[in-house]
Design a protein around this ligand. Structure first.
Ligand code: HEC
Length: 248
């Protein structure tokens, strides 16, 4: 397929390009609003922030009742070293594999004297993993399956969109390096964005990368759309087209 210049397009082509770009732009705004309303309260505070992003992928791993108790009302029954071990275990997801070797002996020292269903049926029972799990359920954020589902939908869907938007945009007349940069940057941003979801699931410090990559994606897509829309309708055909450099 050969690439036209905008001023050689028929009116039907211009209308097709324009309505497509407008709908995609609207779709993008909807996507951002959707993200805002669904993630805004992840961290319990209004307004979208880095911690909202972190908690949706990484989870809220310090929000367990167990951690709150050993830092608060139960702090007197545990020394700093043991507290550190329990907190680290919770941060890793609080799974059963390391419970027997690392956590059970700590609880056995003092906690189980009270937290034992025979002695105090009303307290959380720490004689078994199941009993402890009641207060140690860790929110580890989005599951791997959801993350993979979201990633492949994103990669397929957005790359198709960017291909079509880019195909329209390369017919514009702008500095050729700027054009090449703007064609590649949103594709790269999608890749980094998706990769940083996985990184954030592993370590919440990467949440900032999710936001920056998402911002670059939106910004370069918006530039492509706006430049295209403007030139489709307002770029004049030169009087002598031979004087014009070939489109790159
Ligand atoms: C002397 C008895 C006693 C010991 C020892 C004890 N606890 Fe408790 N624990 C209690 C009582 C009573 C409550 C309920 C009242 C409260 O929440 O303060 C409780 C409540 C809790 C809760 C529930 C908090 C909630 O969210 O409802 C957790 C978790 C907990 N303890 C953990 C521990 C851990 C871990 C240890 C050992 C380091 C420990 N406790 C040692 C008496 C004890």
């Amino acid at each position: 397929m050969s690439i036209h210049r905008y001023y050689t397009l028929t009116l039907s082509e211009k209308l097709l390009y324009t309505s497509f770009l407008l709908l995609v732009g609207l779709g993008y705004l909807m996507a951002v609003s959707y993200l805002y309303v669904t993630h805004e309260n992840n961290d319990g505070k209004p307004g979208l922030s880095i911690s909202d992003v972190a908690s949706s992928y990484y989870g809220n791993r310090s929000g367990t009742r167990l951690e709150a108790a050993i830092r608060g009302p139960m702090a007197g029954y545990i020394d700093d070293q043991d507290r550190g071990r329990i907190v680290a275990w919770l941060k890793d997801g609080g799974e059963e594999i390391h419970y027997n070797s690392e956590i059970k002996p700590i609880l056995a020292k003092t906690c189980v004297a009270c937290h034992n269903k025979e002695v105090n049926p009303n307290l959380p029972d720490f004689t078994s993993y199941a009993g402890l799990h009641e207060v140690s359920k860790v929110d580890t954020g989005m599951s791997m399956a959801s993350l993979l589902r979201l990633s492949h939908i994103h990669l397929f869907g957005i790359s198709m969109l960017l291909f079509v938007i880019g195909f329209i945009f390369i017919q514009s007349e702008v500095n050729v390096w700027f054009k090449r940069f703007l064609v590649v940057s949103p594709m790269l941003a999608v890749f980094v964005d998706v990769a940083s979801w996985f990184l954030t699931k592993w370590d919440d410090h990467y949440a900032i990368v999710v936001i920056v990559a998402g911002g670059i994606l939106g910004f370069s897509m918006a530039l492509q759309i706006l430049i295209s829309l403007y030139q489709i309708w307002f770029l004049k055909k030169p009087d002598n087209p031979d004087l014009h450099p070939p489109l790159k």
